[in-house]
Design a protein around this ligand. Structure first.
Ligand SMILES: [Zn+2]
Length: 113
């Protein structure tokens, strides 16, 4: 876990993909959290998210492929208390994959078209 700052984001390799956790922390208390992933560039995604200015801590989970990123995002999503988690929906499912925790079969974005 590190502070969610622009100088921290600049050090993320542009080709890293994976899952991430954003947290808003004051003192030792976590006030809220958001689980996400990027299948193309975590660097770019963090720059976009940083502009929203909600969270002050970042934890990255670099992954080798889209499956790893999706499964890590699902793990975060299902393991964080509902009272903290700000995600409105279950992580989007890449084509051909299902969540290993709830076996969600929500249609992926591509399959809805
Ligand atoms: Zn799930």
């Amino acid at each position: 876990m590190s502070e969610f700052t622009k100088s921290r984001i600049r050090r993320i390799p542009t080709d890293w993909i994976g899952a991430y956790l954003h947290q808003l922390i004051f003192g030792s208390e976590v006030l809220c959290a958001y689980a996400g992933r990027s299948d193309t560039s975590m660097h770019r995604r963090q720059l976009e998210q940083h502009k929203r200015g909600i969270y002050n801590h970042l934890t990255l989970f670099p992954c080798d492929d889209v499956r790893g990123a999706f499964e890590k995002e699902c793990e975060l999503y299902h393991s964080i208390s509902d009272t903290l988690l700000q995600n409105e929906r279950h992580p989007g499912r890449p084509v051909g994959l299902s969540c290993p925790w709830c076996f969600s079969i929500e249609p992926s974005k591509e399959e809805e078209k």
